[in-house]
Design a protein around this ligand. Structure first.
Ligand SMILES: Cc1ncc(COP(=O)(O)O)c(C=O)c1O
Length: 422
């Protein structure tokens, strides 16, 4: 608590030199009591974000707005790089902090630009041949569907598309039934972009392991939303990003490749950092082993400012407290779901009500109405949501993060009510 208190009292995370920045730091507010349901506290948290006060941003699932502390760090570092003519740096720090945040070894983390990049590295890295089966779901984002379909097109692997069950148990049974002797890999989202359902990934990975099937998890959403623990899930590979729920710089992500599978997931791009040595003067020229860490999958010039921004984003989350963040984002989402359900059977709830299968995204449809029009109606009121057109699901997705409030959810509910009655 003392940590959180200091954070809000001093806004120490923000206070660094803003000399060249046109970002305005909000005045330091008075210190309130701190509790998960303390609206004063969360107002102060909101004040850490430049996010327009007249905007109700309920689309963190697409992009997580960064707080000042992250923006300031990135700006400062960019200025420092350009002033000093400095090259590189901070990769190791970002990797170390990410590995602590995700509970992995630091040698298992690769820095990427986004989730899609991590998915592509994994998709091409697994040694799959024509006829091998890969299980995915009918709730994939283009960033997860497209790489696998491309691999199927070019390598002849077979993509088996499963549906999701209403409960975690049902989903697990569907996965079980889809497995055949030819299944080599199960590649599923932890939380799909569509309906906010939390898949039973730990159980899926356990099942896969028993059958010697590899596992890949598209983890675009959980980092920064849940107390994500990748080792506990037990997957082989997990791709995530820092620019959604972690509220970090845009164009930053991570790929976890378990050390147990490092020698199986082939690196296909060469470059600085990928290998342990090469010699063009030898005859024939030599190329030695790949790096015994996540660097075997990334290379070349990187932006140190973004890496520093990742570290700041982690610091920001840790200062508030990851447990408190998870509680808060879930309580906002539960409030939204409960109130939508109270509107009766006009609402077709897409997100499960089972608590283990939901987190901070609620998706729904309105009976006999096109909810893309509700999205437009909300936009006009500066309430930002996401229409889910993927795979003809056609629902509206609402994401709740720490900068949101119950009052904002009420404003959204009012729009839903008007839409139903119109
Ligand atoms: C489930 C899921 N997977 C993958 C992606 C692609 O993420 P990125 O844009 O970071 O590549 C997204 C983006 O919204 C997503 O929701």
């Amino acid at each position: 608590m003392a940590n959180r208190r200091d954070f809000l009292k001093n806004t120490a995370l923000l206070s660094g030199a803003l000399a060249f920045s046109n970002i305005k730091v909000n005045a330091t507010p008075n210190l309130p009591a701190i509790a998960a349901d303390d609206e004063q506290y969360w107002k102060l948290v909101r004040a850490q974000f430049p996010l327009s006060s007249n905007k109700i941003y309920l689309n963190n699932g697409t992009m997580g707005p960064s707080p000042y502390t992250v923006l300031n760090e990135v700006q400062q570092e960019m200025l420092e790089i350009e002033t000093a003519g400095r090259y590189g740096g901070y990769e190791d720090v970002a990797i170390k902090e990410l590995s602590k945040f995700l509970n992995t070894k630091d040698t298992e983390i690769t820095l990427t630009r986004n989730v899609t990049e991590g998915i592509n590295i994994a998709c091409w890295g697994f040694p799959l041949k024509a006829g091998d089966e890969v299980i995915i779901t009918n709730h994939e984002h283009v960033g997860h569907a497209s790489p696998w379909l491309n691999r199927a097109k070019l390598s002849g692997i077979v993509i088996k598309v499963i549906s999701l069950g209403k409960t975690a148990e049902e989903t697990l049974n569907i996965v079980k039934k889809a497995i055949t002797k030819k299944t080599k890999l199960i590649a599923v989202p932890h939380i799909p972009c569509t309906i906010g359902k939390v898949l039973p990934v730990k159980e899926i990975c356990k099942l896969a392991k028993e059958k010697s099937i590899w596992t890949f998890i598209d983890g675009a959403h959980p980092a920064g939303m849940l107390m994500l623990d990748i080792k506990d899930i037990g997957c082989d590979v997990y791709a995530g990003c820092c620019h959604k729920w972690m509220l970090g710089p845009k164009g930053t992500g991570f790929l976890y490749v378990s050390e147990n599978i490092r020698h199986t997931v082939q690196a296909y791009y060469g470059g600085a950092g990928v290998d342990t040595g090469w010699n063009l003067l030898a005859t024939p020229p030599t190329y030695s082993a790949y790096a015994e860490n996540g660097h075997r999958y990334f290379y070349g010039t990187q932006n140190a400012a973004l890496f520093k921004g990742i570290v700041k984003a982690i610091e920001f989350q840790n200062t508030i407290g990851r447990d408190l963040i998870e509680k808060r984002v879930k309580s906002l989402a539960n409030y939204l779901q409960d109130n939508l359900l109270k509107m009766g059977n006009t609402i077709e709830m897409m997100t499960p009500v089972e608590s283990i299968s939901k987190a901070a995204q609620i998706s729904f449809k309105v009976k006999d109405k096109d909810v893309s029009k509700l999205q437009i109606q909300c936009n006009e009121k500066k309430i930002i949501t996401r229409f889910v057109a993927e795979n003809n699901i056609n629902c509206l997705r609402v994401s709740t993060h720490i900068y949101n409030s119950f009052t904002e959810i009420d404003a959204f509910l009012l729009e839903v009510d008007k839409f139903i009655k119109a």
